[in-house]
Design a protein around this ligand. Sequence first.
Ligand SMILES: Cc1cc2nc3c(=O)[nH]c(=O)nc-3n(C[C@H](O)[C@H](O)[C@H](O)COP(=O)(O)O)c2cc1C
Length: 221
Amino acid sequence: MGILGISASGRNVERNEEGFLLKGVTEELVKYILKNSGEQFEYVSLKGKNIMGCQGCLKCAGDNICVQNDDWAELRDKMFEADAVVFGAPNYYGAINAVGHAFLERTFSLRHRNGFALFGKANVIVIADADGPNHVEDYIQDIFRSNYMAPPIGILRSEGVAQCYTCGYGEKCTSGAVVDSHGLLDEIKNEHLPIIDPDTYKRAEIIAIRLGEIVRKMNKS
Ligand SMILES: Cc1cc2nc3c(=O)[nH]c(=O)nc-3n(C[C@H](O)[C@H](O)[C@H](O)COP(=O)(O)O)c2cc1C
């Protein structure tokens, strides 16, 4: 029991020597919410997980169990057991990243003949994106709604950190986000790095406290 945090990003948190975040915005914020909830939690990264998309084979129609043999089933069971799920994913090309998409798509197996094993599951949504419009939030909400999960306790969107800041060529690459934002540089310094807005952390804390209180209420009733 407790809260399950899932980050669909392929990047774990990494900071430079001065503590500036270089990668892992999704993980950073999912963990921040978990830690500030005051509840027990488990954190899972989808990095390196083998999760196929739904094949539409319908072998789940009879028993709501997906027959694909990969890492999804273990995480599905963790979602079943959790009081609440904090699900975070990054924006890739205006959409949710592929493993996050595949992970959520597989909940199709849970819905036949009114199975809805995630019915009423409390949840929080976290999205990391550098900038620009995207459909990540809509997609996650659509999937949660199709499982009749509870309306999100909170939705947190943060600026991301583009991969170009750590690829090794960002200073001079005229196709990349660093040069786009700062022009040609001799060196990427701390002042050039995007940071998670302090207001985002404040909002994350509020969502976390609300989440913790709701979970405690659920466990009392
Ligand atoms: C393949 C790919 C496509 C991306 N596309 C976009 C995009 O369309 N818009 C955007 O704002 N950021 C885009 N990004 C940047 C990520 O959203 C950003 O790096 C975010 O911080 C990733 O989350 P993470 O730090 O948790 O890994 C893209 C990154 C990758 C790797």
